[in-house]
Design a protein around this ligand. Structure first.
Ligand SMILES: [Zn+2]
Ligand SMILES: [Zn+2]
Length: 385
């Protein structure tokens, strides 16, 4: 089969000593400290066969993620900027939808022909975090599209337990094309659901909320906040295109943070009370944390979902005075998150379609990569078939 394969050179930075397990598996926990000089091309690779508990999916649609882009962005020494779990060579792509075309002998809950999306995080099930039901913190994690081959290919092999049927979305959507579009959009909403509902404990209906950053995670946050009953969703985003998208995804107002006066904006729109919830979805802590500190409400929450490899300063005093909470979240695995997001989309409470700003054919992945680097888009999808 044809696949878009990314390769890089294993060359740990002088100040990074890989653990024995990283050496043995060539699976780097902090990719940006180990891998350099990324390169990508289309290759003919072996079509995957399912193991006893696996399925093989024929890809239809695959979303382009900010983390995919970080595999190609390099620093002055040529190291990739993605700071998480990585193994090369790799087929990227973890936001995907397609049809099951083969199932292993012991698979029971998925059938051939089923349209599915996948949970990309594969937990081991036996480490301490897994045994205390914290699958997002598995110590032996594998991730489809990061450490195992993902969706920028004709077929992908996935454990059956990571598959979720998207057939229920048909009740809302006019075409099979939209079914796969929306199936590939589920993953970013699961990241937000995990952070907002499981990590932060949700919001009170009627809450005031601020979202910093209107990339895919920020845009998904706005829709989720509306679905959870937020009274007002205020957005700060530097890109004008993304501010327009924010309004389409449920924001009540969208502002350019570079104009200053963020606190005045929040005060004016929250009756001077500040925001009960502040979401960091920009991955720009040095810029966003000070804004969040000064305009969080009494007993408010700052929820960090964005990723940033930089250290950041926090000024605790105003947060103590407001008895605020700082919540840091990662992942999207387990906790019934996928079925919950699928129900929200199937019921029409959340509509991911306005976020989709471009679709590229499979052979034009390189062009999609270049377009996503400009950061004016919502979600870019690759139309595999
Ligand atoms: Zn993603
Ligand atoms: Zn585990």
């Amino acid at each position: 089969m044809k696949a878009f394969v990314v390769d890089a050179t294993w060359d740990p930075r002088p100040d990074y000593e890989p653990s024995p397990s990283e050496m043995a598996t060539r699976k780097a926990l902090i990719g940006s400290s180990v891998w350099r000089h990324p390169r990508a091309d289309f290759r003919e690779v072996e079509t995957p066969e399912p193991g006893p508990l696996d399925v093989v999916i024929k890809l239809r649609r695959v979303g382009f993620c900010g983390s995919d882009l970080h595999f190609f962005e390099t620093d002055a020494d040529g190291y990739i900027s993605y700071p998480g779990l990585t193994r090369f060579p790799i087929v990227l792509g973890h936001e995907l939808a397609g049809d099951v075309v083969a199932v292993g002998a012991r698979v029971t809950h998925v059938r051939i022909g089923e349209p599915v999306t996948i949970e990309d995080m594969i937990r081991c099930g036996t480490c301490y975090p897994c045994r205390i039901d914290q699958p997002n913190h598995c110590e032996n994690l594998d991730e489809i599209g990061f450490s195992l081959n993902g969706g920028f290919a004709e077929y992908v092999r996935v454990p059956a337990r990571n598959c979720w049927s998207i057939a229920s979305l048909r009740q809302r959507l006019a075409s099979e094309a939209e079914l796969y579009d929306c199936g590939a959009m589920v993953e970013p909403f699961t990241v937000v659901y995990n952070a907002l509902v499981h990590a932060a404990g949700g919001i009170r209906p009627g809450a005031f909320a601020v979202v910093h950053g209107a990339g895919p995670i920020g845009l998904a946050s706005m829709a989720m906040l509306r679905a959870c009953g937020a009274a007002r969703v205020i957005v700060f985003e530097t890109s004008e295109e993304r501010r327009t998208l924010a309004l389409a995804m449920g924001a009540d107002s969208a502002h350019d943070p570079r104009r200053g006066a963020a606190r005045e904006v929040v005060d004016a729109e929250t009756q001077g009370l500040g925001a009960d919830l502040q979401i960091e979805a920009a991955g720009a802590f040095a810029h966003t944390l000070p804004l969040m500190e000064e305009s969080v409400a009494l007993k408010g929450t700052i929820l960090v979902i964005g990723r940033d490899s930089a250290h950041a300063n926090i000024y605790p005093e105003p947060l103590q005075v407001k008895r605020a909470t700082l919540v840091l979240a990662k992942g999207n695995a387990g906790h019934g998150t996928y079925p919950s997001v699928l129900r929200l989309i199937a019921s029409g409470r959340i509509d991911p379609r306005p976020m989709i700003t471009a679709k590229y054919p499979f052979v034009e992945i390189a062009a999609a990569l270049a377009a996503s680097g400009a950061r004016g888009h919502g979600k870019i999808l690759i139309d595999v078939a």
